[in-house]
Design a binder for this molecule. Structure first.
Ligand SMILES: Cc1cc2nc3c(=O)[nH]c(=O)nc-3n(C[C@H](O)[C@H](O)[C@H](O)COP(=O)(O)OP(=O)(O)OC[C@H]3O[C@@H](n4cnc5c(N)ncnc54)[C@H](O)[C@@H]3O)c2cc1C
Length: 415
């Protein structure tokens, strides 16, 4: 891995320039650099510091994501910090209906794995450090992009305010929900504020979680408890913003009391809670994902409500698909930024992106309705799903990232 110095290298030439070295951008960089493409990665945050999204939030990685990370050689860096999900239990507080998804029923060792965003970020950094054909530019921000014949140029400003130019065949915007590149490219995005916040924290239950992930809907928000290592659970509690603010103001004992009331006694009692962090929740969906010699992926293309734990999983499949298309294009001597190559990427990703975005948004809206009548209907829905093995299997395959055409990296093949 090289570090660019703007003074000594005024113009850098790469095959692919990735703006945003977060969870998705860094995954793409590892995939492309491993296939011998010349890759540049730009991030606003110094690489020896963690970007905001590499925090202690718990991330549920689908089995499909685990397979991609494994093929990229990253899983070995993460395995010590990942805990298997053997079962998912979904229920509605105060109602009889519940649905259980079991790894055993799906014939897999685990439905997915839970880790912390920080641990995944560290694994990705270890992966990036192994690639010598990768040029890392940070702390650096993009200030302009210009498509021209045969390439695209990005104007970058580093911490010393020096501006330099990088030329590439293709520019990838992986700079998150508030994507500057998406704006610079003039790509519109639809936004919806859910009026909800998520509170994330680590909690300690009095009873072993035995690899079960819980999602519990209630009139006081949705509580997800994800199995972490050493008997800990990752909490994601989503609820209306004002109610979230009030919970954050509570001391540890009062917060735990409120949490125990909503979650119930499936894990005995929740006896400790670590630092609580809150996230405002909104949907951001780019209307168009490509421009001349540019493509947006990950949260820059679709920022989702965390209710179905799909945001990173979806973004990682964007990265895996783009790597597959670009490596095939290079092999056949095609221009990596050509319209034909970008069309192939869009064709590969359209269905998955649309269905996961729609599914997640619908869940978020349906489960935020706080009415006894709707709660009863939801409960019936959960019960019905539990009694219909075909529907349950189809939902489980989708949540595991195993529905539809499997990308090469998901099948253990290089991109
Ligand atoms: C509470 C919560 C729980 C979640 N749980 C799950 C889960 O269980 N499973 C799951 O799959 N997903 C989950 N997600 C979603 C997941 O965290 C995101 O989808 C993922 O972080 C997106 O990665 P990204 O690389 O696209 O964007 P980010 O992680 O936001 O990275 C963007 C990068 O771009 C850089 N950047 C920004 N602007 C610029 C600029 N102008 N110039 C240069 N660099 C720039 C930033 O420094 C950063 O490094 C959750 C999200 C939340 C909020």
């Amino acid at each position: 891995m090289k570090r660019a110095n703007a003074r000594s290298t005024p113009a850098i030439d790469v095959d692919v320039l990735i703006i945003g070295g977060g969870l998705v951008g860094a995954s793409l960089a590892c995939a492309l650099a491993g296939a011998s493409l010349r890759v540049g990665v730009v991030d606003a945050v110094p690489m020896d510091k963690e970007p905001a999204s590499h925090d202690d939030r718990s991330l549920a990685l689908s089995l499909g994501s685990k397979r991609i990370l494994d093929t990229l050689g990253l899983w070995s860096h993460l395995i010590h910090a990942a805990s298997p999900i053997r079962e998912v239990h979904v229920s509605e507080r105060g109602q009889f209906g519940a649905t259980r998804f079991r790894a055993q029923d799906e014939g897999v060792p685990a439905l997915g794995y839970v880790t912390k965003a920080r641990a995944l970020g560290e694994a990705l950094r270890a992966g990036l450090a192994q690639h010598r054909q990768l040029t890392l530019m940070s702390p650096t921000r993009v200030v302009g992009v210009f498509a021209e014949d045969g390439g695209i140029r990005a104007g970058l400003r580093n911490a010393a305010a020096a501006v330099h130019t990088v030329r590439a065949q293709l520019l990838v915007a992986a700079d998150g929900a508030r994507s500057t590149v998406r704006d610079l490219l003039g790509l519109a995005a639809v936004e919806h504020n859910y009026g909800e916040n998520a509170i994330a924290a680590q909690v300690t239950p009095s009873v072993d979680h035995r690899g079960v992930a819980y999602e519990r809907f209630s009139s006081r928000g949705t509580v997800a408890l994800l199995p972490l290592n050493e008997g800990q659970c990752g909490l994601i509690w989503t609820l209306p913003s004002a109610a979230a603010e009030m919970l954050l103001d509570l001391d540890e004992a009062a917060f735990l009391e409120a949490l125990n009331q909503v979650f119930g006694s499936r894990l005995g009692r929740l006896v400790r809670v670590g630092p609580r962090v809150e996230y405002p929740l909104r949907l951001v969906s780019a209307s168009v994902h490509v421009a001349a010699r540019a493509v947006v992926i990950g949260n820059a293309a679709h920022t989702l409500h965390p209710i179905a734990a799909q945001g990173f999983n979806l973004g990682l499949r964007d990265a895996a698909a783009l790597a597959e298309v670009l490596v095939a294009a290079r092999r056949s001597g095609q221009d990596l930024g050509s319209a034909a190559v970008l069309r192939r990427y869009l064709d590969l990703r359209r269905d998955d992106q649309r269905s996961v975005t729609l599914f997640t948004d619908t869940l978020a809206r349906v489960f935020s309705i706080r009415s006894q009548w709707v709660s009863g209907l939801r409960s019936l829905g959960l019960l019905g799903t539990d009694l219909l093995p075909c529907l349950k299997h189809a939902l489980a395959r989708r949540a595991m990232g195993l529905a539809g055409r499997q990308l090469r990296l998901s099948r253990g093949l290089p991109p």
